[in-house]
Design a protein around this ligand. Sequence first.
Ligand code: ZN
Length: 373
Amino acid sequence: MLLTAHELERYRRHIILPELGHEGQLKLKQASVLIIGTGGLGSPVAMYLAASGVGHIGLVDFDVVDLSNLQRQIIHRTSFVGQQKTWSASEALREINPHVRLSVFDHPLNRNNALEIIQQFDIICDGTDNFATRYLINDACVLAGKFNVFGSIRQFEGQVSVFGSPDGPCYRCLFPEPPEPGTVPSCAEAGVLGVLPGVIGTLQATEVIKQITGIGAPLVGRLLKYDALAMHFGEVKFRKDPDCACCGDSPSITELVDYEAFCGAQQQWGHAEEVSAAELLQLISDSTNQLTLIDVRAPFELLEGEIEGAINIPMDDIPDRMNDIPKEGPVVVFCHLGMRSRHVINFLKKEGFSNLINLTGGIAAWQALTDNP
Ligand code: ZN
C-alpha cells in the first residue's frame, strides 16, 4: 500500500514531522479503529482520526440525534436531528476525508456481538457513558487482546487512560467493582460542559495516533484527570493487579458476562419509572432480560405498527385482565405517546404492581428510533 499524490499533499504537515513521517502516515492508512459511541467523546475522536488519515473507522451507536446532543456532539448537525447517529456521523466523516473507509454498527454493543465486532479492528476507543458498556468493552478488549483507549466525562471533569496493552493494567485493575447503582449520576442527570468532551476526546485521539505510529509514551498505567474549572491536569499511576478478575494471573472472566446484572442496571431498570426508546432497544437486545411488553392501545391502533412480542391489553380491559400481567421481572407498558400507559401504571401500582416501566414517548418514539433509514 502506498500514499497517492493527493494523500501526500493532504497529510503534508504530518509527513514533515520527523517522528511520524511517510512511514507513520502509511501506518495510519493501514490502521483500523473502532469508536464505540458517536456522542460527545466519539465526535472529536472520529473527526480527528478521519482527518488524520486513519484508513478504516468503525462506528457503534444505536441512538438517534437529539436536539439536546448538539451542545457538545459536534459531529452532528441541526438538520440531522431525528436521524440515526451513525448515519449523521458518517456523512460528516465522508466530508472531512473521503479516503477513509467506514463501517457502521447501528445496534447496541452487547455480550453476544462485542467480540465479533471488536476483533475486526486494531484499536478500540471507548466513548460510552454507562458502566455496563464500559465493563463490557474492557473485558472484550482484554479477551481479544486489543488496546482500549478510554475516556469519561461528567460535569466539568474528565479522565483518560489506555487499557489492554499486553503488560499494562485494565479498567478492572483500576475499578474492580462498579459503583452502587444510582450513586454516580449520568451526564443526562448531572450535566456536562459542552467543550469538556472536546478536550477528553481529543486526548483519546492523540493516544490512538501515538499507538498506531509507535511514537511517544503511551498513557498505560496512568489515569489522566482533567478539571476544567480549575484548568488543571493531574495524573494517577496504577499497576496491573495480579488478582484482577479479567487480566490477572488466574482470571475468573474467561468469557463475556451479564454486564447489566453486574452493574445493577437491570435492577435499576426494574425500579425505573420510565425508559426511552433507545433504552428499551438496549433492554430487548440483551437476551438475558426477561422483559414483558404490554401495549395498552385500542385494537384499531395496532394497524399503525406494533413492537414485536408485545401483548395487547387495551386500556379499558386492564382491570379485568390484571392476571395476564407478570408481577415479577421488568414490564414495559406503552401506548401511542406515553400518556395512557402512564395512567395504566398509576392504576396498577395501587393494585400492588411494582415492576412497571413506562415507555417515554410511546410507540411513536420507538418508531422514530427504529424506522430510520
Ligand atoms: Zn485488569
